[in-house]
Design a binder for this molecule. Structure first.
Ligand code: HSE
Length: 301
């Protein structure tokens, strides 16, 4: 049963959306990685494209290799990378999610999407030190997801403009998690809960204003923004250019803005210029909430 070869396209993802630390995530239409999986006699990993020289090839240190090993499948995995590394755009989650999905199809394993998320999150653990699923879940489901323990809920809002600006600053997820406070005040919990609830309503209604305004997070943003040079000015420039909300994408350093589709270019330009004023180079992705992992070929070239 199954096939010898599968090629999948896996989206970048943005976790947290401010209000939902380790709970919310969205799939982005761009950037994305392409992953080829072929049956073999051992687990082998080849990486091409962006930042490839920094990604470990040893299967037990690679998020995709761990997934293949959990599923007990000997495969050659070729990852064509476009998602920038350590960016807060789910670069370590994409290969884990892509390979979990591909192996399920290739070997007709019959695993549910929840099970695939769980397995992919184990792969993600090697990269960040924690098996949080708020990147792997949207990479598999697409759309907007709410992850809580083994339960995943998804929504598919439409026409949500997203600008993700990745500054050339290195922030590791491990560090960005280590600096977070262990205790929160009741008023901060209440503020974040209200925003998280409103975010879900915003996603249900595809309401750009409600989504943007619900992105404020009193605890995480305050602490992590100190790792992103120029954060306050870049946020201000995006809001002044029409963004309805701005926050840190995952553990950063990418900053994500929500806006109308036709305002994306202007906002991207304003954010990039603002980073430049702080002498930080950046790259903008003009995108929207997109689909999850999908098969794009099942025959080797
Ligand atoms: N929820 C995780 C964090 C996402 O913020 O640490 C990491 O990309």
């Amino acid at each position: 049963m199954g096939t010898e070869y599968i090629k999948v396209k896996v989206p970048a993802t943005s976790a947290n959306l401010g209000a939902g630390f380790d709970v919310f995530g969205i799939a982005l239409e761009v950037p994305f990685d392409i992953i080829e999986v072929k049956r073999s006699d051992r687990i082998e990993i080849i990486i091409t494209g962006r930042d490839s020289k920094y990604v470990p090839l040893e299967p037990r240190k690679n998020t995709a290799g761990i997934v293949a090993s959990i599923l007990g499948k000997n495969v050659k995995i070729t990852i064509h990378r476009s998602i920038p590394l350590s960016s807060g755009l789910g670069s370590s989650a994409a290969p884990a999610a892509g390979v979990a999905f591909a192996l399920n199809e290739m070997y007709a394993l019959g695993l549910s999407r929840e099970e695939l998320v769980n397995i992919a999150a184990q792969g993600e653990k090697v990269a960040s030190g924690a098996a949080h699923a708020d990147n792997v879940a949207p990479a598999i489901y697409g759309g907007f997801v709410i992850v809580h323990k083994d339960k995943i809920t998804s929504l598919y809002p439409e026409n949500i403009g997203i600008v993700a600006v990745h500054p050339q600053i290195v922030v590791s997820t491990r560090t960005a998690r280590a600096i977070l406070p262990k205790k929160l005040s009741l008023s901060d919990i209440s503020f974040n809960t209200a925003n998280a609830a409103n975010m879900v309503v915003g996603m249900m209604k595809s309401d750009i204003r409600l989504i943007g305004e619900s992105m404020e997070n009193r605890v995480i943003e305050k602490v992590r923004s100190t790792l992103i040079k120029g954060y306050a000015q870049v946020k201000k420039s995006a809001l002044n250019s029409g963004a309805t909300g701005v926050t840190i994408s995952g553990s950063g350093p990418t900053m994500i803005a929500v806006c109308r589709m036709d305002e994306r270019e202007n906002i991207a330009k304003a954010m990039a210029e603002s980073f430049s004023e702080s002498h930080v180079r950046s790259e903008a992705f003009i995108t929207t909430i997109g689909k999850g992992v999908e098969i794009i070929d099942d025959k080797p070239a």
